[in-house]
Design a protein around this ligand. Structure first.
Ligand SMILES: [Fe+2]
Length: 380
């Protein structure tokens, strides 16, 4: 296993530095590039944590003048971004550092977009072709993940909801890639076991779905298989020994590998998980962990070769869906949707939403509304 006590540098496609304590390199990194007035963007929970206060303190000690913006929702909305933009301008910032899970980094990325792009924020929505308007430079942008799940630190999109309808909009452009990621396993030591388990299952889903997704992308496939393998050998250790730097390091790296790989596409697990969050406010990682054994069971028909490769990567003799059930029970994740308040009466609405989900078209096996309902019935 790689030793995460030392920093490792590589670039694919973002510059990434991973290792214990690398967050201490943020100040020098900014100063070397003549940035002195960074805006640190995070969420209200991370803003109160000791490591966050230490990051801010260390920057000040090194002669920088950071400001913090954390006035954002759990599912960020447009007005959060506009407030952050005003704060950036009013406090005369010169760079942006997104610190947190998906929400903090999404808002940081959207603020970065809004500084030199003056149309309505949702004119840049990728689903209506808005990426063509992303033509200007964005401020220097750094990401620092504090969970091992979304991999948003290496992403190039931000999901921001409309304030009233809560409809999710996707802002996307290669210009929104961070210039540098500092991935520090020590920042994830304090995560509660169930968050490590649920976000880790999200990362595992990204890697497995990216590997199975339609289309030709051997680079993504290779990354995804190795990412799945790393999670299989580290997730239990990270849940049971929260300060295991190597297990935490592998989880952090495998989660960002999943996000690099899912440029190829996702599939039926995310397509059936998203409606559980939209309709029933279920945590994204938990929703994926509920659907992954059943989605994988559905996909295994006709894809025997790919499932053999997955089985090897996961280092198991069990069939992949059985492996996933066993893993979930070791991680003490719930087995049935009914344990989480889902009822038979919800299944029609869930299936309708899953059918329209943007992740479904990349799934390797076609699914109609009857197939989707059957998958939910099995999971119930
Ligand atoms: Fe996900």
């Amino acid at each position: 296993m790689q030793d995460f006590k030392n920093a490792i540098n590589f670039s694919f496609p973002t510059n990434i530095q991973i290792g214990c304590g690398v967050v201490k390199n943020l100040g020098k990194h900014l100063k070397d590039r003549n940035f002195k007035e960074p805006l640190l963007v995070t969420d209200p929970i991370v803003a109160k944590l000791d490591f966050f206060k230490k990051i801010e303190h260390d920057l000040k000690k090194q002669g920088l003048n950071p400001e913090v913006f954390y006035d954002i929702h759990k599912n960020p909305v447009k007005s959060d971004v506009l407030k952050g933009k005003d704060y950036y301008i009013n406090t005369k910032r010169d760079s942006i550092v997104g610190i947190g899970g998906g929400a903090g980094m999404d808002v940081a990325r959207a603020i970065a977009l809004s500084i030199n792009h003056h149309r309505d924020l949702f004119d840049y929505d990728d689903l209506i072709g808005g990426d063509k308007y992303v033509t200007e430079e964005v401020p220097y942008f750094i990401t620092i993940p504090t969970t091992s799940g979304t991999g948003s630190e290496v992403g190039r999109s931000a999901i921001i909801s409309e304030d009233e309808s809560k409809r999710k909009r996707i802002l996307f452009s290669p210009k929104l890639l961070a210039s540098q990621v500092f991935a520090d396993p020590e920042l994830t030591y304090g995560l509660p076991a169930y968050v490590t388990a649920a976000t880790g299952m999200d990362a595992l889903t990204h890697n497995m779905e990216a590997f199975l997704a339609k289309g030709y992308h051997p680079m993504a496939d290779g990354i995804a298989l190795e990412g799945a393998s790393m999670i299989a050998r580290s997730i239990e250790k990270a849940v049971q020994n929260p300060n295991d730097s190597n297990a935490r390091g592998e989880m952090l790296l495998a989660s960002l590998m999943g996000a690099v790989a899912f440029q190829k596409g996702l599939g039926i697990v995310h397509a059936t998980a998203h409606p559980l969050s939209t309709l029933l406010d279920m945590h994204h990682g938990l929703a994926n962990s509920m659907m992954i054994p059943y989605g994988m069971e559905y996909n295994s028909k006709g894809l025997e070769n790919k499932f053999e490769q997955l089985q090897k990567a996961l280092d198991t003799k069990l069939a992949v869906p059985d492996y996933l059930h066993t893993l979930k029970s070791k991680l003490e994740l719930p087995e049935h949707l009914s344990e989480l308040g889902v009822e038979g009466a919800h299944l029609d609405d869930l299936s309708e939403l899953a059918l329209k989900d943007f992740c479904l078209p990349a799934n390797p096996r076609e699914a109609d509304i009857t197939d989707l309902k059957k998958i939910y019935e099995q999971a119930l």
